[in-house]
Design a protein around this ligand. Structure first.
Ligand SMILES: N[C@@H](CCC(=O)N[C@@H](CS)C(=O)NCC(=O)O)C(=O)O
Length: 344
């Protein structure tokens, strides 16, 4: 298991929230792995079905790879099936469902703030423009580096509207970021993680999206230091939790005694992510050019996003697998948060 031939390889980038999320999961779980910078000279992982990062690759024992896969949430699920120790999935299926839902909120909604802050304000754009190309090649010559800076800025700024980062949506996205920070500041005044004395899927998903905002991009960093210094410190912890002690399957909170701050996070998901996901699914179904919904009394609008339609299906599938008792307990937590609208 510990020889390098058997190691899972993760292909990612320092600037990629989902890459950092998965690397943190592997570290915490004590799963032997090798990190490679995707598209660098060390990258020997074949093309994945979709050209996104992170890619996880399983060696075939003969110097190649038997399998490659993308998408962090199914990656976590697969690792749960292959490794038993230090699980990130709560043992109670009702709590596991709440965790799955909050993971998706971080992956699919909080990510909008991440992309928005990176590519909206000049200092963030310039920093990312100069640093991101170096992930793939530290020795890029100055001329090529300058061209890469211009090209990546043009491409990424041009994609802002695709994920909803428009001037019209700005108050909604930035307002949500500030509320999430305020909730986490209070939560981490009492606790080390969201759903137990151990981290779960939501901790890693939030970490992935927040890491760029709290540690990298100057504009959202300044907001975070002011509103949520505890969350800024928490990011450092989640990055490498290989030191965190776990006692078997113990350490999860009771789903019917979750902290008020966790309920507030669910309520934040209910007022933003839930209407977004529902309107997105409806727009995909009717093949409309745009989705729009009301968030906080204002109109939120963007083009429909196929992948997020799939995510809603996954959330509903997880819910449909709950037995009667687990469903009743999950419902008791979700009713009144706005998230229950996703499940009907
Ligand atoms: N749903 C995927 C998202 C992965 C993703 O969107 N990765 C981004 C970077 S963080 C990417 O590779 N985008 C492709 C591109 O920018 O060309 C996950 O959960 O891992």
């Amino acid at each position: 298991m510990s020889n390098s031939a058997a190691q899972i390889v993760i292909g990612g980038a320092f600037s990629s929230p989902y890459s950092l999320k998965m690397r943190a999961v592997l570290r915490y779980r004590h799963i032997p792995f090798r990190w490679v910078l995707r598209n660098s000279r060390w990258d020997d992982i074949p093309a994945a079905p979709v050209p996104v990062i992170p890619v996880l690759a399983w060696p075939d024992g003969a110097g190649g790879y038997a399998d490659v896969m993308v998408d962090s949430s199914p990656q976590i699920t697969r690792l749960e099936g292959e490794f038993a120790e230090r699980s990130v999935v709560p043992t109670d299926p009702a709590l596991a469902f709440v965790d799955f839902l909050l993971e998706d909120f971080a992956d699919e909604w909080v990510t909008k703030a991440m992309y928005h802050y990176r590519w909206t304000y000049e200092p963030d754009i310039e920093k990312a423009g100069w640093l991101l190309p170096l992930d793939q090649n530290l020795q890029l010559d100055d001329g090529t580096h300058a061209l890469a800076h211009d090209a990546i800025i043009e491409r990424q700024v041009g994609r802002r509207a695709l994920v909803g980062s428009t001037d019209a949506n700005l108050p909604i996205i930035e307002g949500s970021y500030r509320r999430v920070l305020a909730i986490l500041q209070r939560h981490f005044g009492q606790r080390d993680f969201l759903l137990g004395d151990r981290p779960s899927r939501v901790d890693f998903a939030l970490y992935g999206q927040l890491k760029p905002m709290l540690w990298w991009d100057p504009t959202p960093m300044a907001v975070a230091v002011e509103l949520a210094p505890r969350a800024v410190n928490w990011i450092e912890r989640i990055d490498d939790l290989s030191w965190w002690n776990v006692d078997g399957d113990n350490g999860w909170f009771d789903v019917d005694q979750l902290d008020d701050t966790v309920l507030e996070l669910l309520t934040e998901a209910g007022r933003t992510y839930a209407p977004f996901m529902l309107a997105n699914a409806a727009a995909l179904k009717s093949e409309a050019d745009a989705m729009s919904c009301q968030i906080d009394g204002a109109e939120y609008r963007q083009g429909p996003f196929k992948y997020q339609g799939k995510c809603l299906t996954w959330v509903r599938e997880q819910y449909s697998h709950l037995d009667h008792s687990a469903r009743t307990r999950a419902n008791a937590v979700l009713t009144g948060t706005g998230c229950e609208a996703l499940l009907t």
